[in-house]
Structure formats: C-alpha cells, structure tokens
Design a protein around this ligand. Structure first.
Ligand code: IPD
Ligand code: CA
Ligand code: CA
Ligand code: CA
Length: 281
C-alpha cells in the first residue's frame, strides 16, 4: 500500500493545504494585532494570531485525520521542561503532526517579512512529511521521506560550499535569555570571523528551508523545540544535506541544539562550536 495516502487524501496534500491557508491568514493579520502577551521570558512573545493559526491548523488536520495526534507550540505549557515532556508523551504515537503556527513571532509582530508556518508529520517518531511555508514571498517548501524535497515543483538541493570562508551561515538568538542565549553567543563570536557572513533573521524553520534550498550553507541554534526543526530537518535531509545535534549525533525529534548544513561544512562548523564550548548546556 502507498504509505502516504489514506483514501484519496494524501498526508502531504493536507500538510501543504493547511500550511498555505494558515500562512495566508497570518499574512493578512500583519499590522492588525490587538494584543501581545509574553510567555516564558519578556522576549518570548505570543499573539492571538499564533493561537488562531494553531486552531485553524488543528481543525484542518482533525477534519482529515481524526485519529492522528497533534503537538503544537501553543498547546503546550511554555518553557523547555514542559515542551520536552509534551514531546516525550507523544513521540511514539502512530501519526503525530508537529506544528509551529507562526515561526518568527517577533518578526510577525514587527511586520518584518521573515516568518513561516512549519508542519511536520511523524510516523512512530520518524518524520515522513515536512512543509515550511513563507507567506511573505509565497514560497512553499515540501519534503517527503525518501522522495526528495521541492519548492513549487522544483527539486531543492543544498549548496556546494566546501569551506566556512565561502559560506553564508545562519543562527538564532533564543528567547530564553538565561540558558540558551549565552551559549549561542559564544558560537556567534567564534563563527563570525570564520564564515563569509552570518545571518540571524528570526525564523529557525525558514533558515532550515534556506539550507535545504542552497541559500544558506549552514544553520545552528541552541535550545529550539521539535516544532521549530522537524519539517526543516526533513527538507534538508531530502535535499542532500546533513542534520545532527551540535554534538554530532543524528537528528531525532528530541534534539534541541541543532546543527544543519549542506554536509560539506558540517565538521568544520562543529569543530568551531566545540572549540568555543558552544555546543549545548
Ligand atoms: C523562534 C524562532 C527564532 C528562534 C527562537 C524560536 P517562535 O520561534 O524560530 O528564530 O531564534 O529560538 O523560539 O517562538 O517565533 O515560534
Ligand atoms: Ca513562540
Ligand atoms: Ca518557533
Ligand atoms: Ca511559534
């Protein structure tokens, strides 16, 4: 039997349709937010649009696949412990959708057009579908396990850069100012002089999609969650790149410290993080 299809509705079609609908709605809400709340820290923002997007996504997925489970950022208590627990409780589910309803909330709030919707589907812990949608550019990145990754019908492929010195690399400034941020700052300090340049554009999922499509040669960040990474990780794997944690261990859903590259610069980038003692906490 075709593993990605139930009846006539493929998992991928639902993921694409859902991400596109949520993304278009989010875009229509830029500049039209009535309140901004904070979550785990004063830099950790959430709006009614994050919650509304997650609701829309849940409803669409449930309509098609009522037996499936959904792990969404806004359905989980804020903070690293609660997030890890929620994932652990669900990671063995037969079918688990992993959803970031807006990745890049800070950008969304400021109207800085670099945010995305990230939707992944895991089958018994293995990611089989990953979709990242950027509504500002109407760019949709789609991957299916074993079948490649595409942006609007064109196969995505990682960059060929073999050295840090010719690589454009991205990272993030985590909202967790006490734990993850200081570690990531050490990495930034170490990598800045080594790479062609560094970008910190504020959506982990979109950065990962850019590694998949060759616009970036690498990305790392400390202290992310499954919903930031899951879809983007499959995009990169299916585009010929490499995804591990910052210690070099193979990616799985529980990984929070991510290192994702075109493969070529993976070890060199990791060595710099190791030297800077910036691989985790
Ligand atoms: C955040 C973004 C940001 C990254 C943060 C994430 P959110 O996700 O991906 O780029 O630096 O660590 O938490 O909260 O906007 O979905
Ligand atoms: Ca958030
Ligand atoms: Ca996120
Ligand atoms: Ca989010």
């Amino acid at each position: 039997a075709e593993p990605f299809v139930i009846g006539s509705k493929s998992f991928t079609a639902v993921a694409i349709n859902t991400a596109a609908k949520a993304g278009q709605w989010i875009k229509s809400k830029v500049g039209d937010i009535s309140r901004i709340d904070t979550k785990f820290s004063s830099q950790d923002l959430v709006t009614e649009v994050d919650k509304g997007s997650e609701k829309l996504i849940r409803n669409l997925i449930m309509t098609h696949f009522p037996d499936h489970s959904i792990l969404g950022e806004e359905g989980v208590e804020p903070g690293p412990e609660a997030s890890a627990k929620a994932l652990q409780a669900m990671s063995e589910e037969e079918y688990l959708w992993i959803v970031d309803p807006i990745d890049g909330t800070t950008n969304f709030v400021h109207g800085f057009p670099f945010f995305s919707v990230s939707i992944a589907l895991a089958h018994k812990g293995e990611i089989i579908v990953g979709v990242v949608y950027d509504p500002s550019r109407d760019e949709l990145f789609v991957a299916e396990k074993g079948k490649g990754a595409y942006m609007h019908g064109k196969k995505t492929i990682v960059s060929l850069d073999g050295q840090l010195s010719s690589s454009l690399v991205a990272t993030g400034l985590p909202a967790d100012r006490n734990g993850a941020l200081p570690i990531n700052l050490k990495g930034i300090q170490a990598l800045s002089p080594k790479v062609r340049n560094l970008r910190i554009a504020g959506s982990a999922a979109l950065h990962l999609a850019y590694v998949a499509s060759g616009r970036l040669s690498g990305f790392w960040e400390i202290g992310l969650n499954a919903w930031d990474i899951a879809a983007g990780a499959l995009l990169i794997q299916e585009s010929g790149g490499k995804v591990t944690d910052t210690e070099g261990r193979p990616y799985n859903l529980a990984v929070r410290n991510i290192l994702a590259t075109n493969g070529q610069i993976h070890d060199e980038l990791r060595q710099e993080l190791v030297k800077a003692e910036a691989t985790g906490f």
